[in-house]
Design a binder for this molecule. Structure first.
Ligand SMILES: [Zn+2]
Length: 251
């Protein structure tokens, strides 16, 4: 009985010691996991293995109704080594790791419209891009008029978290000037509008019919003789046929 008593005391003592050590290193373990995750995100690079050209990845194809097998609407367009994201539906940023692309590589986001299921992971996307690339400027987010409100809202909601991230992970991982997004609104009254045209890449926005959601747009990317047209949510319309004319791919 006496031996048993000492065995129990020893087990309790070892358990308490382990608990104390675990608590002591809890903060460090958390930072370690975060640093490893960031490092993995940075080192993940599908783009290096892709041939130069235009590539499209469906990051999420779900709807506002919950579906464990599909994240909310979000599409990656890769033009050469440049990475763009169209819409940021529920949970979609969590698929970046699976497709082998670092969110830190995102150059800009394009929103088709402001339905909740197309924008509700924008906060997470901006955060992942920020710390994944140690960016010193906010993420440009293109959209029709109204995008200013959306970005202002997300920036406000995440303001406290931005401070925590820099305080906790350091200014190298989370530079204070790179947090959040910068709205890049365009005139939504024109039937179509060129947003980027630098001789290599051309990105155009065009109006679609997602009544009563107004404004709603699609985007067309042209890169080195290839093109993809993404409509977002829309009814069939002659405007889409016009915008997609000659496209290699219609999403
Ligand atoms: Zn919609």
């Amino acid at each position: 009985m006496r031996i048993l008593k000492w065995v129990i005391i020893a087990i309790v003592a070892i358990g308490a010691a382990l608990f104390a050590v675990a608590n002591l290193f809890k903060a460090q373990i958390g930072e370690r996991i975060f640093a490893t995750t960031v490092e993995r995100a940075i080192s993940t690079n599908l783009i290096a293995d892709l041939p130069d050209g235009l590539h499209v990845i469906l990051l999420g194809t779900g709807s506002p109704l919950g579906d464990p097998s599909r994240m909310g609407p979000s599409t990656i367009v890769i033009a050469g080594s440049r990475v763009f994201v169209i819409d940021a539906g529920s949970g979609s940023p969590r698929n970046f790791g699976q497709v082998g692309i670092s969110p830190g590589a995102i150059e800009a986001v394009f929103l088709t419209h402001f339905h909740s299921d197309h924008i509700d992971s924008l906060g997470e996307l901006m955060l992942q891009r920020w710390v994944g690339g140690g960016h010193t400027a906010p993420l440009p987010v293109y959209g029709p008029q109204g995008v200013e409100q959306v970005i202002e809202g997300f920036n406000l909601s995440y303001r406290q978290d931005h401070f925590y991230r820099t305080a906790h992970h350091g200014a190298d991982v989370a530079p204070p000037t790179g947090a959040g997004g910068e709205a890049m609104p365009f005139r939504s009254t024109a039937p179509s509008e060129t947003l980027i045209d630098d001789g290599e890449l051309k990105v155009m926005a065009f109006r679609v019919d997602h009544s009563p959601v107004e404004p709603a747009v699609g985007y067309r990317f042209d890169y080195k003789g290839r093109s993809v047209t993404l409509t977002g949510d829309t009814a069939r319309s002659p405007a889409i046929a016009q915008a997609a004319k000659g496209s290699d791919l219609l999403v």
